[in-house]
Design a protein around this ligand. Structure first.
Ligand code: 6PG
Length: 238
């Protein structure tokens, strides 16, 4: 069981505002590739947690053309929707079609959350899979308009708890589908570095609250070294 670290990122977040989506996506791509080089040089492997949703799609597509040291990449997911594997709304399907199906990362190193099993069974199985890995190298996360990240939504059970397993079943999610699986704040924070990618005017209110110190779900995630938040000017409210 693990305990939540409230506002773990508050004291170490670095905010970056980019004038265009292209500049933001290029910077995110460079950050991912640099993190991979550092991790592989230091530890012989790169453990990357992917964000779902739509924001990161172009970045995943850009990774398709890179000549990275793919055999040392290990892919994890921050959350997944309880849908069949080939459902168009599955985060894993978005990532496979935009990137992973096009690069030679060994299939055994792509760890999809088996959310089609149902939230409880999938959360248990993924927590077992994560046990041998104490820390990720880089976690990518998005931000919802209500301040959620991964599938950690505001005013839900996880916020009232003081201890959780590393992977949580989620029900009644306000963003369909209602049933999901999510890594816990603590498990998402067990990473060398964390990078949020946030774009669009719809996220501006959540970003404003976050910067003002409001404890939105995203502000509950930290990292061992760095927390960077990449914003376009719309999300930054500029
Ligand atoms: C999901 C994602 C979720 C997403 C945000 C932002 O499964 O929906 O994990 O946390 O990152 O909702 O979504 P967009 O990138 O589509 O705005």
């Amino acid at each position: 069981m693990t305990t939540l670290k409230p506002n773990a990122a508050a004291q170490q977040s670095r905010w970056h505002v980019f004038a265009s989506l292209v500049e933001l996506e290029d910077a995110a791509l460079e950050r991912i590739l640099a993190a991979a080089d550092d991790a592989i040089a230091a530890r012989g492997a790169f453990h990357l947690v992917l964000a779902g949703g739509t924001t990161p799609r172009h970045i995943y597509e850009a990774l398709r053309s890179e000549a990275a040291d793919w055999k040392h990449w290990h892919i994890w997911f921050g959350d997944e929707r309880c849908l069949p594997p080939e459902h168009p709304e599955r985060n894993s399907r978005m990532v496979m079609t935009s990137w992973l199906a096009h690069v030679p990362i060994p299939y055994a190193q792509i760890h999809v959350i088996p959310a089609e099993k149902g939230a409880e069974a999938a959360a248990h199985d993924y927590a077992e899979l994560l046990k041998p890995l104490p820390q990720f190298d880089l976690v990518l996360l998005g931000l919802g308009e209500d301040g959620h990240t991964a599938s950690l939504f505001p005013m839900q059970e996880w916020e009232r708890a003081i201890a959780w397993p590393s992977v949580l079943p989620v029900h009644d999610a306000p963003k369909p589908p209602a049933d999901r699986v999510s890594l816990s704040p603590e498990r998402l924070s067990a990473t060398h570095a964390l990078l949020f990618i946030v774009t669009g005017a719809g996220k501006a209110d959540a970003v404003r609250d976050w910067k003002a110190g409001v404890a939105i779900p995203a502000s509950r995630i930290g990292a061992q070294q760095t927390v960077d938040i990449f914003l376009d000017i719309e999300a930054a409210g500029q």
